[in-house]
Design a binder for this molecule. Structure first.
Ligand SMILES: [Zn+2]
Length: 264
């Protein structure tokens, strides 16, 4: 059986016996793939450890009789440390990024540019100052959406194309429709439709972050409260357009921490 080798980051793993598990990876060459890690949970397992939030080199083989492949060996190439100031926030955002990729990436479709962007995100999420963490995550979230064909209209009315600044200047409420995929001006509103109301500041931030690089996001200190509003808008939009059923578990964890007054 020929061995294949690829760079990969773990997205999720499912244990199905005391010693074995299935691991879902985002890989540079094959996109999202799942591989069986037979015996890998044993402490005495001889091959390299499978660490989360780490750029790994994974060697695997595809069995002809079965659909899933098997891990042969792994080497850690680069670990994105989550230690230090804002550790729990870093962990929550890195976990949420993995959760999103697991839910949204099609299986076995290579997307090397998105893989590279994901590695850049993990790097920034590890190294940036705590106050820039929310902006870095929201920027990643918006770029991921656009890269996969879900592009919320946050600078223009999605009905008539009116600019967000003009909607704000006209004095009417700024509303976002998850169903119609963007902002809706007063003239395009329909009775009975569900909207999320946004402040002028939130709307401007969404527009800025949608165009920002991860490096530019590192200059925008937005608070966790503001970030929560933006993430809620994006998650509701995504639920409507991708069929994603639940909220992001990793971010619920962040909310719980905040509610318990824990210093993140
Ligand atoms: Zn309109």
């Amino acid at each position: 059986m020929p061995l294949e080798k690829t760079e990969a980051v773990i997205l999720k793993s499912f244990n199905w016996s005391e010693s074995s598990r299935t691991i879902h990876f985002f890989t540079r060459e094959y996109g999202r793939i799942s591989l069986i890690d037979k015996g890998g949970r044993r402490i005495a397992s001889r091959r390299g450890r499978l660490l989360p939030f780490t750029r790994l080199e994974v060697t695997f083989y595809q069995s002809k009789k079965e659909s899933a492949g098997y891990i042969s060996d792994t080497t850690a190439l680069e670990t994105f440390s989550l230690d230090g100031d804002g550790e729990l926030g870093r962990l929550a955002y890195a976990s949420a990024a993995c959760e999103l990729l697991f839910m949204l990436l099609p299986e076995q479709e290579a997307n090397p540019s998105l893989f590279g962007y994901f590695l850049s995100f993990l790097g920034k999420n590890s190294s940036t100052e705590k106050r820039f963490l929310p902006a870095v995550f929201v920027t990643f979230f918006m770029r991921l959406l656009s890269g996969l064909g879900f592009h919320p209209s946050v600078s223009f009315c999605s009905g008539c194309g009116k600019k967000s600044e003009e909607i704000e200047k006209s004095g009417s409420r700024i509303l976002f429709s998850p169903e119609r995929g963007g902002l809706i001006c007063a003239a395009c509103q329909k009775p009975g439709e569900y909207y999320i109301q946004l402040s002028g500041e939130s709307t401007r931030l969404l527009g800025t972050l949608q165009r920002a690089s991860l490096g530019e996001a590192e200059t925008l200190p937005i608070g966790y409260e503001e970030a929560t509003v933006l993430i809620e808008v994006l998650t509701k939009f995504l639920k409507y357009h991708s069929g994603m059923k639940s909220d992001l578990k990793s971010l619920e964890f962040l909310e719980k921490l905040k509610k318990s007054q824990f210093n993140i």
